[in-house]
Design a protein around this ligand. Structure first.
Ligand code: HEM
Length: 376
């Protein structure tokens, strides 16, 4: 929710910067929306994906923006059924505790995750006497804390306290839901996806390749999968089979997960006519270069007033941290229809510090007020 909110703030901030040259409300909204989608795509492909996919997978599926981009109209970008299950690997990142940190990354408040289910109170907390607001404090904590490992362990909080019904004394188990949802969708087994991905077929409970064993699992994982009640390794469901694979070198996931997730993000990139790197429908060279230089770190600095961040990639712990003051804002110049030139970034404090920035004629609040007045 904190990150969802920060993109909303970023949208409004960039809309205000663009307002000077785009007086029409609808046009300003659409251009800002397009810009935010481009920024999001840059962050996902160049910052988020490499934080858990191996360099090999990044290369194989041409996910980094340094790969030449050519839109492929024949590529189907729709979400594959197994991706809806494989991408639930994020369920192994779910923490037991939700933390709120101060701006200097000290623990301010902690709550059990299940206490936040259906109760967003934490996010409403306003900043008092220098203490962080809920939204910002959650982002400070998320940027500073290491995430749980991507492994076969899903915390009890998501296994025993999901959708608790105190009257019936029941609750749901997210791991079971993931398995059952795969079956509901008629997904073939883990073994079939291994074959689809060009990996060896599994026919025995051993680790031996010659015996058709589970070559991408350690002995402990194999014991647990066998104990789960599958009468043959060929029956293992996609979610537990792929999630319990040993990670490939340099990545957090096993080869089957990398294949399904890498392929999906490849198609979502090269099969999307509006991908930000597609010249013409996406952005021109100068605009792309500006987006390329921007980062989630910079975005957090500006909207949540971080003093220091992990840089250049907030998804990786950096030491030392970089001062926000030294990280440039998005160069909005190339996005201005009238100038077509850059404003060269600024001193790290968004519009407030940029010598070339002009205040917009109206704030978004003014515009919203006007719309309401017209409706009355
Ligand atoms: C507090 C954290 C989270 C909770 C409580 C949660 C809970 C859930 C629940 C209840 C479902 C629906 C399950 C079903 O009925 O089949 C679901 C689906 C899903 N979750 Fe999560 N989740 C969390 C975080 C994540 C993360 C971090 C990721 C990935 C990075 C993720 C990926 C997915 C995906 C891909 C689906 C399937 C969506 C679809 O196909 O419609 N979730 N999650």
């Amino acid at each position: 929710m904190s990150y969802h909110n920060v993109f909303m703030l970023e949208h409004n901030r960039q809309a205000q910067r663009l307002r000077r040259d785009i007086p029409n409300d609808e046009e300003a909204f659409q251009q800002t929306r397009k810009l935010l989608i481009g920024i999001m795509q840059k962050i996902v492909y160049d910052e988020f994906l490499p934080s858990f996919l191996s360099p090999e997978a990044m290369k194989k599926y041409k996910l980094s923006s340094s790969n030449m981009y050519k839109y492929d109209s024949k590529l189907d970008a729709t979400i594959a059924n197994p991706f809806g299950i494989a991408y639930r690997m994020g369920h192994s990142w779910i923490p037991t505790l939700v933390s709120v940190y101060t701006k200097d990354f000290k623990l301010f408040f902690q709550q059990f995750l299940n206490e936040t289910f259906f109760d967003p109170t934490l996010t409403y907390i306003e900043s008092v006497n220098g203490a962080p607001s809920g939204m910002k404090g959650l982002a400070y904590a998320m940027s500073a804390l290491e995430s749980s490992e991507t492994d076969r362990t899903i915390e009890d909080v998501a296994r025993n306290t999901l959708f608790v019904n105190p009257v019936a004394d029941t609750s749901f188990d997210l791991a079971s839901l993931n398995i059952q949802r795969g079956r509901d969708h008629g997904l073939p087994s883990y073994n079939e996806y291994r074959k689809y991905c060009g990996l060896s077929e599994v026919t025995s409970w051993s680790t031996s390749a010659a015996l058709g064993g589970l070559v991408n699992h350690d002995a402990d994982a194999i014991i647990k999968l066998e104990a789960a009640g599958y009468s043959s390794p060929k029956d293992i469901d996609l979610f537990p089979g792929a999630l319990s694979e040993t990670p490939v070198p340099g990545g957090d996931l096993g080869p089957t997960m990398e294949c399904i997730i890498g392929d999906q993000f490849h198609r979502a990139k090269f099969g999307d006519r509006f991908f930000y790197q597609n010249r013409g429908t996406g952005f021109n060279e100068a605009q792309q270069a500006a987006i390329q230089k921007y980062s989630l770190a910079s975005l957090l600095c500006r909207n949540y007033q971080f003093d220091k961040v992990q840089f250049p990639n907030v998804f990786r712990l950096a030491d030392p941290l970089k001062r926000c003051h030294d990280i440039k804002d998005l160069d909005i110049g190339p996005f201005r229809p009238s100038t077509g030139g850059g404003d060269g970034g600024n001193d790290g404090h968004g519009d407030r510090g940029g010598g070339h920035e002009h205040h917009p004629r109206q704030t978004l609040n003014d515009i919203i007020d006007e719309i309401f007045e017209q409706q009355e």
